[in-house]
Ligand binder design. Structure first.
Ligand SMILES: Cc1ncc(COP(=O)(O)O)c(C=O)c1O
Length: 460
């Protein structure tokens, strides 16, 4: 049932949008002839557009953010109460929601101890890079300043975050980039770079060591990885990969940064993606699911050991972390984040995430009998991808126009799904699902039915 007031006329909103709004990730030419979709309202798993049309949102706000679903009055109330008490003070001072949220977060992250708040995933990663660089300057005479990133991973939109981007189409036309970022191979066995190998996880991790040795271990200070690669094609790590990665970081004294901007807070069925794999990170970054989009907040979380490197030399005026994020002092962020975390806990959403994720994967794999265009289904919890191919034997990827046609067909039928989008030349062929952690079995069935119908329509 649409909650929209049918008497509302949104034509002026549409006109103002068309005249003045520059939409993200959008080629605007089409809006000369069609109206952009304007999302007016959301409740639970569903959103309604300006025409009153209902959509089941299988991508949590388009980019995997609204983990607890729409219309959460508990979060809105927590933010309102905090804003009337104190909206802002720079985070060089403390705040009640900052202290309470940091404690609650660290309780979920054994081994970690400090929370540095900012606004976006890109910014959280940039803080981690600055920490690596400052440690390099202070502890290694500036030598260990290189940061490794992996092919197909994404870490943000700013020029330095893009300098660590493993997606060629995301970076194209935005160079020159920040020096000191070095690419290592991806770990997607389905697209193995080494042919048929017995232990692909070990092989892919050893490829990181090869890069370290080629660059010189005394020049490499950090390695940033997504626990499950998201926008680069939903890549779950192969068996044995993380154990070896951890070993390599230890051996060469390299700080391990885990980018949990997508996986963070529940998306994979644990609080954090890295917690599936026994990883002991030096830093963890997070953003999207931290407050489910009810406020802008990101965090760079470190161990006490990393933190101590910025505390121990009080006599040196340059040795502390000389970084500020103005809006990292907005109290709406931690107030929303604390309420968001409490909802995940109270409603047992990690459990639902695991169960519904398994169910969705099972149902999507079930479609493989009928649709030979599905090459592989992969995922963890409620982050799931289905890679579309022309031919299962050759694994030739479908042209992106076909993958986008599937998304368009689902949208026309009231289900919003995603696809790797202007990320990897020739490989924008993986459908992405990341519904809110409150998703039900009926919702999953509706999502899979829409995909089933769309595949029949596009591929026959
Ligand atoms: C893994 C990952 N890291 C970082 C970011 C950047 O986050 P933001 O867009 O909040 O800057 C994203 C955004 O999609 C992401 O997927």
């Amino acid at each position: 049932m649409s909650p929209l007031d049918k008497t509302n006329d949104y034509s002026e909103i549409v006109a103002n949008d068309k005249a003045h709004v520059w939409h993200h990730l959008s080629q605007h030419k089409k809006y000369e002839t069609v109206d952009p979709k304007i999302i007016i309202e959301g409740k639970g798993m569903r959103v309604w557009d300006q025409n009153g049309k209902e959509h089941l949102d299988a991508v949590s706000g388009g980019v995997w953010t609204v983990n607890v679903g729409y219309g959460r009055t508990e979060i809105a109330d927590a933010v309102r109460d905090q804003l009337v008490k104190l909206n802002y003070f720079a985070n060089s001072m403390g705040s009640i929601p900052g202290a309470n949220f940091s404690k609650a977060l660290i309780d979920k992250m054994p081994g970690m101890s400090r929370v540095y708040m900012s606004n976006s995933g890109s910014e959280a990663n940039e803080k981690a890079y600055k920490i690596v660089r400052q440690i390099s300057a202070q502890k290694h005479g500036g030598k260990k300043n290189k940061i490794l990133y992996r092919d197909r991973d994404y870490h943000g939109t700013t020029i330095t975050a893009l300098s660590s981007c493993g997606q060629d189409e995301r970076k194209a036309l935005y160079g020159p980039f920040t020096p000191g970022f070095v690419n290592v191979p991806h770990c997607l066995e389905y697209r193995s770079q080494w042919g048929d190998v017995d232990d692909y996880g070990l092989r892919a991790a050893n490829a990181i060591e090869e890069v370290i040795l080629a660059e010189g271990p005394d020049t490499v200070g950090g390695l940033i990885l997504e626990p499950v690669t998201a926008g680069g094609g939903v890549i779950t790590p192969p068996e044995g990969y993380w154990d070896r990665v951890q070993e390599i970081c230890k051996q060469y004294d390299i700080l391990l940064i885990i980018d949990e901007v997508v996986c963070g807070l529940g998306r994979t069925g644990k609080w954090f993606g890295y917690q599936h794999y026994g990883i002991k990170p030096d830093m963890v970054t997070m953003a999207k699911g931290v407050a489910s989009g009810y406020a802008a907040i990101s965090c760079t979380v470190t161990t006490e050991e990393v933190f101590n490197a910025f505390k121990d030399d009080e006599a040196d005026p340059m040795s502390y972390f000389r970084d500020i994020s103005t809006f990292g002092g907005c109290n709406a962020g931690p107030a929303a984040a604390l309420a968001n975390l409490e909802i995940i806990e109270k409603e047992n959403l990690l459990d639902n995430c695991t169960k519904m994720g398994d169910y969705l994967i099972f149902k999507l794999e079930g479609l493989m009998d009928k649709h030979s265009c599905i090459g592989q289904v992969r995922g963890k919890g409620l982050f799931i991808g289905a890679e579309l191919v022309e031919d299962r034997e050759t694994k030739e990827p479908v042209h992106e126009s076909k993958a986008q046609a599937v998304v368009g067909h689902c949208m026309a039928n009231g289900v919003i799904i995603g696809v790797t989008n202007r990320s990897l030349a020739g490989f924008n062929n993986t459908l992405c699902l990341s519904p809110a952690l409150i998703v039900t079995k009926d919702d999953c069935d509706q999502i899979v039915n829409a995909i089933d119908n769309a595949l029949s329509e596009v591929f026959g």
